[in-house]
Write a protein that binds this ligand. Sequence first.
Ligand code: ARG
Length: 450
Amino acid sequence: MSTPVWQRDDVQVDADVMAFLAGADIVLDREFIRHDIRASQAHAEGLARIGILDAGELAAISRELDALDAALIDGSFVLDERFEDGHSAIEAWLSERLGETGRRIHTGRSRNDQVLVATRLWLKDRLATLYRHCRDIAGVALELAARHAQVPMPGYTHLQRAVVSSLGHWHAAWAEAFIDNAVRARDTFAWLDANPLGTAAGYGVNLPLDREHSTRALGFARLQLNPAYAQLSRGKFELAAIEALAMAVLDLRRLAWDLSLFTTAEFGFVRMPARYSTGSSIMPNKRNPDVVELMRASYASVAAARTELEQLLSLPSGYQRDLQPGKGALVHGFGRGLQALALLPGMLADLDWDSARLRAAIEPSMYATDLAIELARDGVAFRDAYRQVADAVSQMAAGDPPPALAERSPEASITARVSPGACAALGLDKLTDRLAALPAHLPQCIADQD
Ligand code: ARG
């Protein structure tokens, strides 16, 4: 490793201690360094605005920051153990190329606000991606809800056959869930859209830093004012972002559970296209739905990230190095969660539902609730109607179902389910309106590659 930026002649740097302090940090900073470069550019502009850099120096720094960004993209510069962290690497790059001008970049900033602003920009970008995936999932689920609105499907409670439902109802549920998840991502984005750059080590500096400029230049909605609060927000804001992700991945886990059940021979409701399944190394007959299993498992990574961040936050105020490993939790949690969510729109669209199997899984007892409610509608007290139908269902166990249950069809059952939101009143127009009212995308500092 090159000499740390904080090296003094009177302090010996022990290699083992340095390795422990750095941990996997330099590798993690690969994830954040492009955001750090953007923030460094805004910081340099701010320094020029208060006369710390002249126009020529600012132009040179901007040029070299762009060159570093380009070198990171084409792989000619790799962030590795030569540097203590990404922040030092940026300063080293500028100092090597620009001498004294480069050595001015750290005026009025600390790695404490540098790491804050880089992760804040990164979080906003990840939330924008989360938002996009949630909107895409909701859009696909809405289309499928309309297409399958008339397809009967058993509805379960406790995993036991309960009432007749529809495939449209199943899809509309996920559509509404992912609209809510998109809203949560958008709201969390807005909640944490505050600029910590210019708070230095957590106590400000004796310079009139142009924080309004860096706020605008970096696309933040507002300034995060108090420097001590900026430090308190590290980890707290990460946790809020992870929680927004967790909402979506929690729904994904339940959807994946449904699919792993519905694709079994026992249910046989849906066939998974071959490209989402894998074979077995020993059992030539097997096709396994590994993709849905890994989707389900992605929640574990998100929950682990959440737990790690929360545990790290047992801290007094002020900067504490404890939060450094929180970056790893974030990268892993968001990495696994977003990768899984990204696959869902395509998978939902490709599922091959077996409407005959879905229909065949509906048995006469599943009309019992419809019948009890019809009797109640016609004047019988609901509890009496319930008893009457319960008796009929008990007799059914012994022999043939009574005509009142046997002579019904799943189609009639779902057509009569008129309570708002239910099979005959899915309200897809309302969901479509909610989805359309959401912004098409949230702004990104560094756009996704895909
Ligand atoms: N790698 C450090 C982190 O993630 C950067 C900030 C270092 N600041 C310090 N005072 N040692 O927290």
